[in-house]
Write a protein that binds this ligand. Structure first.
Ligand code: ADP
Ligand code: MG
Length: 255
């Protein structure tokens, strides 16, 4: 996957100011950065949930940003997992995994059921095939949401803070599923603040601030020895959330 010169403005708010990013086949890239830096907008532009203001996005041999392209067809190449799981509440887990295959891919009943079972096993939830979303924990719902993306056979999986809405004790199971996907060779772009996961699983970490990529590199470098002050400040705050601000950093007073 390759992103070139990607820009996005909402009115006069320039949220993405020229993003260049490659994610190679089988590569896992974690995106970190402060709230409001444009991480979600980047993912949403990559799968065209938002229309970019400029630049190009390519997945495989398809240019998603080509105005001639069949957008529904190319969008299927990209799976997306959100912070809020967005399952269909009124159908069971099997329905959540089979309906999109039947509607979007036109698969028959038997095939969609077989694919659903296979992917439910992949996320460790074979025993929940007939449960309704409300009967599952947040972590289980998120694993179903991952399986629901996988049944569409995506070439790339995008994750937008997939564990941020979960109780802490449920985070590990979701990360374990993502770790397994990575080891199976899935191409992944993951917005996350789970630094342990980033260090262990990511081939590269990208730090975004103010709509640009400030620095990128191996996790050990970006997280372990960041080059830029903005990256250092972000990581310090992330790792010490209750620490007091330095007096000099207080911008609430008069100039
Ligand atoms: N649909 C939208 N309409 C207007 N502004 C938006 C929209 N989506 C995001 N923004 C703005 O874009 C900026 C970046 O948001 P976002 O991409 O969600 O950042 P992050 O995910 O890094 O927290 C914010 O200022 C936000 O208000
Ligand atoms: Mg976000």
């Amino acid at each position: 996957m390759s992103v070139r010169g990607l820009t996005k403005a909402f009115g006069d708010n320039e949220v993405l100011r020229g993003i260049d990013l490659d994610v190679g086949r089988g590569e896992v890239v974690c995106v970190i950065g402060p709230s409001g830096s444009g991480k979600s907008t980047l993912l949403r532009c990559v799968n065209l949930l938002e229309e970019p203001s400029g630049g190009t996005v390519r997945v495989g041999d398809a240019e998603l940003t080509d105005p001639e392209v069949d957008i529904d067809r190319v969008r299927r190449r990209i799976g997306m997992v959100f912070q809020q799981f967005n399952l269909f509440p009124h159908v069971d887990v099997t329905g959540n995994l089979t309906l999109p295959q039947r509607r979007v891919l036109g698969r028959g009943k038997a095939e969609s059921l077989a694919v659903a079972r296979r992917n439910l096993e992949r996320v460790g939830l074979s025993d929940k095939a007939n449960a309704f979303p409300a009967q599952l924990s947040g972590g289980q719902q998120q694993r179903v949401a991952i399986a629901r993306a996988l049944v569409m056979d995506p070439e790339v999986m995008l994750f937008d803070e997939p564990t941020s809405a979960l109780d802490p004790e449920l985070v590990g199971d979701v990360l374990a599923v993502m770790r397994r996907l990575a080891s199976e060779g899935m191409t992944m772009m993951v917005v996350t603040h789970e630094m342990g996961f980033a260090r262990e699983v990511a081939d590269r970490v990208v730090f975004m601030d103010g709509g640009v990529i400030v620095e990128e590199g191996p996790a050990a470098q970006v997280v372990g020895a960041p080059r830029h002050e903005r990256t250092r400040t972000f990581l310090t705050r992330l790792l010490n959330p209750t620490a007091c601000e330095e007096p000099g950093e207080d911008r609430s007073g008069k100039e």
